[in-house]
Design a protein around this ligand. Structure first.
Ligand code: G3H
Ligand code: 13P
Ligand code: NA
Ligand code: ZN
Length: 328
C-alpha cells in the first residue's frame, strides 16, 4: 500500500530502525528494490529526482511506482519526490500522487546557489502547509552537502550546490535545526555532515574529521523527536568499482560512506538514508561484465537481468543492515 513518509518514519523511530531510500529511474531499479524488499519483508521508499523526471518523465515514474504498489499490496511503499527546487515543483508532485516531497530550500531555485536561512524557512513552511492539508509528508534540508576534505560542493551534475562552501555551511548547526523544525513543521530533516552526491565523496576511507557522525549525535540530542535524513549515503562498493574497471571502465580511486557509520547514525535518529550511486555502480559493473563475457548476446533482457540481480543484492544488504528487514 502507498503510505506517507511520516507514517513509515514514525514506525521506524518507534522500532529503532532506518530505511534506505533508493532513487529510481527505470523498471529494473523498481524491480530490484521490490524483489529484495519482498524477500526480506522490508517497507520501501522509492524517490524520483529532477534528473529522473527528465530521463523517464514524471508520468512513467509515477506509473512504475504505482505498479509496484499494485504488485506488492502487502508492502508499505512511500513515493517520494527527491530534492524539489521550488514550491511549484513540490505542488506538481503532490497533485501527481506522491505521498512525500522534499522541499530543498537549502539551495535557491537554480538548485546550485546556497540560499539564506530565512528563504529556506519561508519556502519550506509554505510547502508544509500545502502538503499537510492533503496528507503528504515533507522533508526539508538544512546545511549544504559537500566535502569537508576540500570545501567543494558536490559534483556538477545538477544534484547539489556548485563551487566552494565554507565550513559552517557544510555542517548543520543543532540550534538552527531546532529553530528550523519548529518554524517549518517538517516531517523529516536532511542534514549536512560531510557527505556529497555521486561516487567521489572521499579520497580516503573516511574518518570523523571528514564524515561527521558526531554531528548527528549533537543534532539528535537537541531534537530527539525529529526524523533525520542522510543524503549522499552510498557506500561506493570497492568490489563494484573493481569490476567496472576490470571490464573496460575507468573510475578513479574513491570512497563512500561505510555501512557501519550509517548504522551508528541510525542509533542516533537517522531514519531515511538516500542511496542512488551504489545501484548505479552495481548496474554498470554487472552490464560491463555480462557484455564482456557474452560477446554474442544481443538480447537486452539478458544484461538487464544481470543489472537487476546486482542492484537487488545491494538493496537486500541495506534493508538487513539498517534493520528494516522484517518490519513490513
Ligand atoms: O539527488 C541526487 C541523486 O543522486 C539524483 O541524481 O539528478 O542525476 O538523478 P540525478
Ligand atoms: P548517493 O549519490 O550517495 O547515492 O546519494 C543519493 C542522494 O542523496 C539522493 O538524494
Ligand atoms: Na529526498
Ligand atoms: Zn540528495
Amino acid at each position: 500500500a502507498l503510505v506517507s513518509l511520516r507514517q513509515l518514519l514514525d514506525h521506524a523511530a518507534e522500532n529503532g530502525y532506518g530505511l534506505p531510500a533508493f532513487n529510481v529511474n527505470n523498471l529494473e531499479q523498481v524491480q530490484a528494490i521490490m524483489e529484495a524488499a519482498d524477500e526480506c519483508g522490508s517497507p520501501v521508499i522509492m524517490q524520483a529526482s529532477a534528473g529522473a523526471r527528465k530521463y523517464a518523465g514524471a508520468s512513467f515514474l509515477r506509473h512504475l511506482i504505482t505498479a509496484a504498489v499494485e504488485a506488492y499490496p502487502h508492502i508499505p511503499i512511500v513515493m517520494h519526490q527527491d530534492h524539489g527546487a521550488s514550491a511549484p515543483v513540490c505542488i506538481r508532485s503532490i497533485t501527481d500522487g506522491f505521498s512525500s516531497v522534499m522541499m530543498d530550500g537549502s539551495l535557491q531555485e537554480d538548485a546550485k546557489t546556497p540560499a539564506s536561512y530565512e528563504y529556506n524557512v519561508e519556502i519550506t513552511r509554505r510547502v508544509v502547509d500545502i502538503a499537510h492539508a492533503v496528507g503528504v509528508s515533507v522533508e526539508g534540508e538544512l546545511g549544504c552537502l559537500g566535502s569537508l576534505e576540500t570545501g567543494m560542493a558536490g559534483e556538477e551534475d545538477g544534484s547539489g550546490a556548485e563551487g566552494m562552501l565554507d565550513h559552517s555551511q557544510l555542517l548543520t548547526d543543532p540550534e538552527e535545526a531546532a529553530d528550523f523544525v519548529k518554524k517549518t513543521g517538517v516531517d523529516a530533516l536532511a542534514i549536512a555532515i560531510g557527505t556529497s552526491h555521486g561516487a567521489y565523496k572521499f579520497t580516503r576511507p573516511p574518518t570523523g574529521d571528514i564524515l561527521a557522525i558526531g554531528r548527528i549525535k549533537e543534532i539528535h540530542a537537541r531534537i530527539p523527536n525529529t526524523h533525520l535524513v542522510m543524503h549522499g549515503s552510498s557506500s561506493v562498493p570497492q568490489e563494484w568499482l573493481k569490476i567496472i574497471n576490470d571490464f573496460g571502465g575507468d573510475m578513479g580511486e574513491t570512497y563512500g560512506v561505510p555501512v557501519e557509520e550509517i548504522i551508528e547514525g541510525i542509533k542516533h535518529g537517522v531514519r531515511k538514508v538516500n542511496i542512488d550511486t551504489d545501484l548505479r555502480m552495481a548496474s554498470t559493473g554487472a552490464v560491463r561484465k555480462f557484455l564482456a563475457e557474452n560477446k554474442k548476446e544481443f538480447d537486452p533482457r539478458k544484461f538487464l537481468i544481470a543489472s537487476t540481480k546486482a542492484m537487488k543484492a545491494i538493496c537486500k544488504a541495506r534493508y538487513e543492515a539498517f534493520g528494516s528487514a522484517g518490519q513490513a
